[in-house]
Design a protein around this ligand. Sequence first.
Ligand code: PLP
Length: 349
Amino acid sequence: MDIINLVRPNIRELKAYSSARDEFSGQAEVMLDANENPFNSPLNRYPDPLQKEIKQMVAGLKGTDPSRIFLGNGSDEAIDLLFRIFCEPGRANMVSIVPSYGMYRVAADINDIEVREVTLGPGFELEKKRLLEACDNETRLIFLCSPNNPTANLLDRNTILEVVRESHCIVVLDEAYIDFSSAKSLIDELDHYPNLVILQTFSKAWGLAGIRLGMAFASPQIIGLMNKVKYPYNISVLTKEAVLKALQHSGRVTGWVKTILDERNRLTAALAENRLVVRIWPSEANFILVRFNEPDRVFTYLRDHSIIVRDRSKIILCDGALRITVGTPEENNRLLGALVRLEKEMNPL
Ligand SMILES: *Cc1c(COP(=O)(O)O)cnc(C)c1O
């Protein structure tokens, strides 16, 4: 597949903005090239437009090359850029699984791109045939998410790769929750699939949602297009400092993930004992999708006791379900305690 044929003509022609830091990125004693203020070091300096230091460390961690990495202001930036690069407004379409992450549709709507939703199977599985049938000549992007939000399951690896092989467009695989799952990332497959884009994030397992840093992994050709279209200085010096520090202490992340997975198991077992609960789906992520008999009543009761969960009860395939993020042991105990009290209120013996 020739990726360049999928690119909007104006983007193909685009000459990227060349900043002072693009033209000289080394260390000099006297920096008079960028109209910066000489005072207030180090925040007076513009950041590296291509974030070479961060990418070097991420490449080591993920076993890939810096030329295959894009860093953005959250995954949201990568999602929006893919629309702006590949989708002609008012003409192109995208195909997304549902239920899934709401941001794919919002980005499509902002860019005036038709959304074609393909419902997952009854066990939340990816149905390749129906997905490919929804595509046509104007399809530029397919969005998959594994582990999927909010259903918490993994999509089948071989089915994903078949979609990548058999479609004629860019396939975006969102792996925001991969660090909590039993599956391996598909980053290892990127060499074989020039139309595959994998999204990961520092917002979940890394505990850095506040700094806004998302990653995209793809062919150097797609990464080059993303670099050309992004804002020149999209990652701030503060974000860089925070993430370099986190990357130097990555053992902490392993510990957090282990605790969260232990707590996920404990929460699952305790919820199964509660008569308000109808069904708990297995989770490969840091949240649990739980079906309740009376989800509105549970949601309101929890909220009135200062515990907020995500109401997914009106979403396709998720009737009656609330999505519960795994918290600290203390937070999870508060949730379980509140649910036991509500159970007693609703089923007095
Ligand atoms: C939380 C989440 C993200 C993370 O988005 P950021 O913009 O990187 O914070 C991405 N994809 C999915 C499916 C998510 O649930």
